[in-house]
Structure formats: C-alpha cells, structure tokens
Design a protein around this ligand. Structure first.
Ligand SMILES: [Mg+2]
Length: 256
C-alpha cells in the first residue's frame, strides 16, 4: 500500500481503495499552492548535534582560537537551551535566536567575532542537504503548483539559501518563511497565513506538505489548510500520507 497510506488499509476492498485514491487525487489537483516543510520533507541529514559531534573543527576552520573543549561545551549548551524551548508554547511567537541564546548563556564573555563564529558553527551543524532526487521532485511539482517553503530553523538562513542554490531549487520558491527571520515557529498558524497573504492565495487553494503531525499538520489545521504528511508521520486529520515527497510527486504525475 504505497502512496495514500491513510486511506488505503488492507481490509478495504479494491474498489474502496481506488475510490479513496481518486478522491485524494482530486483534492490535491485542485490546489494551487504547496507550502512545503523543509527538514525531513526535502532536506535530510540536518541537526548534527549528537553527543560525539566535534564542533571545534568547523569553528577552527573559521579562524576561531577558543579551546576546542570550550567551543564544544558552548554549542552543546546553546543546543540544549533552544531544544527545551522549541516545543514550549510560551516561545511559539518569540523563539530566541542562536545569538540570544549565546548572550543569555554567556553574557558579554564572547566578543562579536566569536559570537559570529559560534553562530556560524551552529548553523553548519544544523544544516542538511537536498538530495538530487528531491530537487528533481521539486522541479516537477513546480510545473503544477506554486511552491513556498515554510521552514523552522534556529540559526540565520544564509547557509540554507546557499544549499537551495547548490541544489538548483532557490528559484522554485515563490515565497519562503524562515522562522529565524521572525521568531515564530510551527505549529503557530501565523507563518502559514503570512505566506498565503504574500501569494494572494486562500487557505482552501493551498496544501501543506510536511513530516511532522504536530508542527506541520497542527499549523496547517490552525490556519485552515489541508495537509499531506510524508515520512513516517500519519494522522487521521491528514488528507493522505506518503512514504516521502518522491512518492507524492509520482502520485501527482501518474495518469489518473
Ligand atoms: Mg520537518
């Protein structure tokens, strides 16, 4: 049961499955805008903040001279500071920047150049990559839909824009919302509604695609937008669930 997992269950008859697929197809095809989540949807390998990660290597390459132990401890502390606040509703509309975390944790201990290097090192470890097949899928989807990206990241966006450029997808997005630009994180409906306003689109003309039931589906629902889940996420409120964006793309491209 590849494809529309939320409707195609094994004990239904073939006719029910076919009809559910047709309904899903009709619903998706009437949409004009796709609001795409990034991590786990078209970017992978992100958030390299495991316990054995060596942050000092990238930091040293930027010309930093703080001892490796201090750099590693600083990045771990910043990650922990942000990680505990990310799901906290209290910070949904005022999520702190990496620089705010640094100032809050270390006061004025670090000079501006060091803050810059630590922020850049954090961004480097937060950044993932866009596989070629996913870049191709975005190009295919862009032939049918207006694409927008709705992205939660903690560090400032320049490294992500560079990765969008490297993968050849930067021009595919008619609009992008990066949470580190405005401090509002999903599942707040605000960035979803802001993107729709920017594109002159109504909620019923848009479809959110994401891999998080809480953040993507939650935000979409709060904004009155339908949502398709990708990855391992499934939820009764999703229009459909696909194994990944490539399968959604195949589903859209396949003859009815
Ligand atoms: Mg995601």
């Amino acid at each position: 049961m590849s494809g529309v997992a939320s409707v195609a269950v094994s004990d239904q008859g073939d006719t029910d499955v076919i009809s559910a697929r047709a309904n899903t197809r009709a619903l998706i095809e009437e949409k004009k805008v796709l609001l795409l989540d990034m991590n786990g949807t078209f970017m992978f390998g992100e958030d390299r903040f495991g316990p054995d990660e060596d942050y000092a290597a990238h930091y040293a390459a930027l010309g930093g001279e703080l001892p490796a132990r201090q750099v590693n401890a600083a990045i771990r502390a910043i990650y922990a500071y942000l990680d505990v606040r990310y799901p906290d509703e209290q910070y949904r509309h005022c999520f702190p920047s990496v620089e705010t975390a640094i100032r809050d944790l270390f006061g004025q201990q670090l000079v501006a150049d060091e803050v810059h290097r630590i922020v850049n090192t954090f961004a480097f470890h937060e950044l993932g990559y866009i596989p070629a097949a996913y870049a191709q899928a975005l190009h295919s989807l862009n032939r049918r839909f207006t694409l927008a990206a709705i992205v939660d990241i903690w560090a400032p966006k320049p490294l992500w824009l560079r990765e969008f450029e490297r993968a050849g997808v930067v021009d595919l997005f008619a609009a992008c919302s990066f949470s580190s630009d405005h401090g509002v994180v999903k599942p707040s409906p605000q960035p979803f509604l802001h993107l729709l306003r920017e594109l002159g689109t109504q909620p019923d003309q848009a479809l959110v695609v994401g891999d998080s039931a809480r953040r993507d589906l939650g935000g979409a629902k709060a904004a009155g937008i339908d949502c398709v889940l990708v990855g391992r996420a499934e939820h009764a409120d999703a229009v459909a669930s696909f194994a990944n964006l490539l399968q959604l793309c195949d589903f859209v491209e396949a003859p009815a």
